[in-house]
Design a protein around this ligand. Sequence first.
Ligand SMILES: [Zn+2]
Length: 305
Amino acid sequence: MLALDYPAWFLALMITPFGLAAGSFANVLIHRLPLEEPADRNVITKGSHCPNCQAPIKPWHNIPLFGWLWLQGKCAACDWKIPGRYPLVELLGGLIFAASVYLFPVGTLIWFKGLLCAFALLVLFFTDYTEFFLPDVIQFPLMALGLLFTLPQLFWPEVTITVLVGDFHFLRADFFHNGLQLSPLWPLLGGAVSWQSSLIGLVAGYGGPALINAVYKLIRKADGLGMGDFKMLAWLGAFWGWGPMLGIFFGGALLLTVFSLPLILTRKLHGQSMLPFGCFLALATFPIVFYGPAIWAWYLGTMVK
Ligand SMILES: [Zn+2]
């Protein structure tokens, strides 16, 4: 039976528990990847334990969200107050998986790519937020994967049929992605990213900000951006192409400015303060990937008039 035969809400309900489990794994990555000791960074074979007292966590206490509710937000062994970040990340994992049904045709390559991107952004947002750290061990494989995702369409070219239904709604059947599943936001996304656009996005994502940083360094004698930020732009460029990568860069910079301006004006922040730029890049990715072409067309329209 095709996924097509089920309503979106049902698929979202079915997939959410996997999202909560993925969120639970994201918590492990967020906590362990920034640690100094290589043995502590083991996220595969090392079992779950309390970060405070190291006591192993019982399987039924480790059930996403419910374990936290059952324990009333405290470690069963040492009463350590579990930070609100843990249930929040689990919840976000569930929401990402549920939302994926509405964004991409379920079970297709583009759906998997979108899900992987969102999961990576969830992890990177919180490692950058808590530790100002964007782990290479996540970002380098993503660069390679972004490029690899563009290869299948070389052998199975994309064929897109757009069907207009009435004045507003249209169904887009995308044969390369095998996407007959209706997903409301899916038609907003452009065609598949070409390997050329992916490669340019990867190289420019790394090189562009590196160049800006070199200029900034000459003027201010300090790093404006961290190396992790370039790597993040590089893999986002490999995933979504060079155009959206530029959009994410400027969108992230805009969000950072809007966020930091009141802090600078009230002198809570000064010129040398660090802000996690990766968090703002992560927040800019979704609106740019889906609404970037519309924003760009609107911008060009206002320029022509
Ligand atoms: Zn404990």
